[in-house]
Design a protein around this ligand. Structure first.
Ligand SMILES: Cc1cc2nc3c(=O)[nH]c(=O)nc-3n(C[C@H](O)[C@H](O)[C@H](O)COP(=O)(O)OP(=O)(O)OC[C@H]3O[C@@H](n4cnc5c(N)ncnc54)[C@H](O)[C@@H]3O)c2cc1C
Length: 640
């Protein structure tokens, strides 16, 4: 795939000056919209997960006219509901040395020095407000005996800053955001459109002015116009087919915005989570996460001997290798995800993996149960243990869990500036859909923090600065008609192929290819292979996909086909991005770039930048945004 390099870009919105004052400065500098004028301004928010739900509720509360869209039958079914382990915040309730600066530092370091300092510092500052907001909404965070909110530890940190509600933190937080959203729906400030899928972005006079959506029940194509559009459409990990994401997660909204001009940043940065239930067979279509919180008390190990087929209980202590504790004594089982995942892969590659195919390691609670008692362990992790037992048929109170890394989160996404505005004026992108805060590796419990920071606190301020110059007047009818025709043509084209293979079978093949060639480890050779094979498979897709049914009805095969078509294009850009970035950093591990201990070896001289890709018919154009570090010194990460 050919690409060219375009001019460098910069984030012009982040204020200068001491880092702790930048957000205050931006808030003060942002134009305000007076309450009477807010009623005249329309905002579309696509997505009702933690990012979109909190944003739509807050914008409604502020007095804007909001239209909210999601493809599920209820806003409350957004994928955020699946989040298990917790949400970070620098409250320092435990007095264990946490601070805004430490959360900032841990996040920049955890992201392997590939995130912007200004954004991350703001995230750490805002984190404390999120907890207050959620508590005020009635989110039932776990509490200690004395009544204070409880916390636990997550990877990449030596303090306990993760707030949680058993293993259902996302669900409880989403119910909070959903209540706030429904309140605005009842108040008439938010108009809710469930079971509507956004299929294109309307650009008029260079600005994002609306969306084309398909009513997924009737098949009707609708146009919705506004003064600004917010995408909160989640991550694209399902490009790998098998991932911990909900089956519906896809890239369509951001990909089509990319095709309309929004730059796509760091598409290759994918997070592989170390603790998932291993793949069990060829026909599996979904993977299940076992929350990182389990690494607070579970110990990860494999047998010392290769191909050891003894039951775990028969392997004596001296013949077990607690390899994370051995290699990383300071952080032990709580090293960041990218490091824990690679370590698991390494021991399995050595032939010391456990379970079918040797693709598993143990996560063992024996010592925690002995130390704390079974009841205490059940209180903390009961629902996760139950889920594990239902899926595997094994009881983790009696035998160690078997886990293996799996695709979980995408740090890449649409490029946004400090205001969370994309390269298309009026198009804002929040939550997992943007690239903003996690660099090359996201720390556990930081996605919920970012989504809610964006939705409750950052976007409602920064979008005001844009809307203050509105309303933006009439939308060019030709632009709307053109977007609508594009959508109809794509649907007609998919239906017309009438081939023999299901969209799912193409997706499965694409996903395997991505996992094998652009997964936990990437090489120049594997990426070149992927870049050769993806266009061939895409060609076959457009020649041979079978979409049954019609466009004028509920048609899940059609929905799927459209999403798979976009995954093909995205997959190609991901592989290109991974090929061009010849260094290793965080979750992006290029086998050619590792140190003597097999750790990711960055190349700061050539790659301390964000790679922002512009779509163009002649092939992608790469724009680099230099990353500068004033407050954290770039070093080789060490968790030893
Ligand atoms: C199993 C699991 C557990 C996790 N646990 C944690 C955790 O403990 N802590 C943590 O910090 N993070 C966790 N994460 C990550 C975190 O859950 C997600 O990153 C986060 O919830 C994403 O929120 P979001 O609002 O950006 O997107 P989502 O919650 O994915 O919401 C996307 C929304 O966009 C809508 N949408 C998408 N495309 C379209 C379209 N074309 N048209 C219309 N609507 C569209 C969807 O309907 C949905 O409403 C976990 C992730 C997984 C997979």
């Amino acid at each position: 795939m050919k690409y060219t390099e375009g001019p460098e870009i910069r984030d012009t919105k982040a204020p200068e000056g001491p880092i702790e004052e930048r957000w205050e400065k931006r808030k003060f500098g942002a134009k305000l919209v007076n309450p009477a004028n807010k009623r005249k301004l329309n905002v579309i928010v696509v997505g009702t997960g933690l990012a979109g739900g909190s944003a739509a509720a807050t914008l409604g509360e502020l007095g804007y006219n909001v239209k909210s869209f999601c493809y599920q039958d209820s806003p409350r079914r957004a994928h955020s509901i699946a989040a298990q382990g917790g949400i970070n915040a620098a409250k320092n309730y435990r007095g264990d040395g946490d601070s805004i600066y430490r959360l900032f530092y841990d996040t920049v370091k955890g992201g392997d020095f590939r995130a912007r300092e200004s954004n991350v510092y703001r995230l750490a500052q805002v984190s404390v407000n999120i907890i207050d907001q959620a508590v005020a909404q009635g989110v039932p965070f776990a509490r200690e005996y004395g009544g204070l909110l409880d916390t636990r530890s997550f990877g990449g940190a030596q303090v306990s800053r993760t707030f949680y509600a058993r293993g259902q933190t996302g669900q409880q937080l989403l119910l909070g955001a959903y209540q706030a959203l429904e309140r605005q729906v009842a108040a008439g400030t938010v108009e809710m459109h469930t079971r509507h899928e956004m299929l294109d972005l309307i650009i008029s006079d260079g600005r994002a002015r609306g969306v084309i959506v398909r009513d997924m029940v009737t098949g009707e194509i609708e146009r919705h116009l506004a003064d600004a559009v917010v995408l909160a459409t989640g991550g694209y990990g399902n490009v790998f087919f098998l991932s911990t994401n909900a089956k519906g997660c896809n890239t369509t909204a951001i990909w089509r915005a990319h095709e309309r001009g929004a730059y796509f940043a760091n598409p290759c940065y994918t997070q592989i989570h170390p603790t998932c239930i291993p793949v069990s067979g060829e026909y599996q279509s979904k993977l299940t996460l076992m929350s990182e919180s389990l690494r607070n008390d579970g110990r990860v190990w494999v047998p010392l001997l290769k191909n050891d087929e003894r039951a775990p209980g028969d392997i004596p202590e001296a013949e077990r290798d607690y390899y994370l504790e051995r290699i990383y004594p300071s952080f032990g089982n709580l090293v960041p995800r990218d490091i824990a995942s690679r370590a698991a892969k390494n021991v399995c590659d050595e032939g010391r993996g456990v379970g079918p195919g040797g693709l598993g390691v143990y996560l063992d609670f024996r010592d925690a149960i002995n130390r704390l008692g079974r009841d205490a362990v059940e209180k903390k992790y009961g629902n996760l243990f139950e889920m594990y037992e239902r899926i595997t048929g094994e009881n983790p109170y009696d035998v160690p869990m078997r886990i293996y890394p799996a695709v979980h989160y995408t740090m890449g996404g649409l490029w946004v500036d400090y205001d969370l505005q994309s390269t298309i004026p009026g198009l804002f992108v929040i939550g997992e859909a943007n690239f903003s805060d996690h660099g090359a590796n996201r720390l556990g419990a930081s996605a919920l923090m970012q989504g809610l920071a964006d939705g409750y606190f950052v976007l409602p301020t920064t979008i005001g600065d844009y809307l203050a110059n509105g309303p933006y007047g009439d939308v060019d009818e030709e632009a709307v008609a053109e977007a609508e025709i594009q959508v109809r043509n794509k649907i007609d084209r998919l239906l017309a192929v009438n081939g023999t293979r299901t969209p799912d079978s193409f997706h499965r093949e694409l996903g395997k290819l991505m996992w094998d060639y652009c997964g936990m480890e990437r090489t120049e050779e594997s990426l070149r292979k992927a870049l050769e094979r993806i266009p061939e498979l895409r060609e076959e897709f457009w020649q041979n996909v079978k979409v049954s049914g019609t466009a004028e009805e509920l048609n899940q095969v059609l929905e799927k086909a459209g999403r798979v078509a976009d995954f093909f294009d995205l997959a190609e850009l991901m592989c290109l991005d991974a090929l061009v970035r010849t260094e290793s950093c965080g979750g992006h591990f290029r086998a050619e770039s590792q140190d003597a201990d097999g750790e990711a070896l960055r190349d700061d001289e050539n790659f301390a930048h964000v790679s922002a890709w512009e779509h163009s018919p002649e092939g992608p154009v790469l724009h680099k945004e230099a990353l500068e570090y004033e407050y954290v010194k770039m070093t080789q990460r060490s968790y030893k």
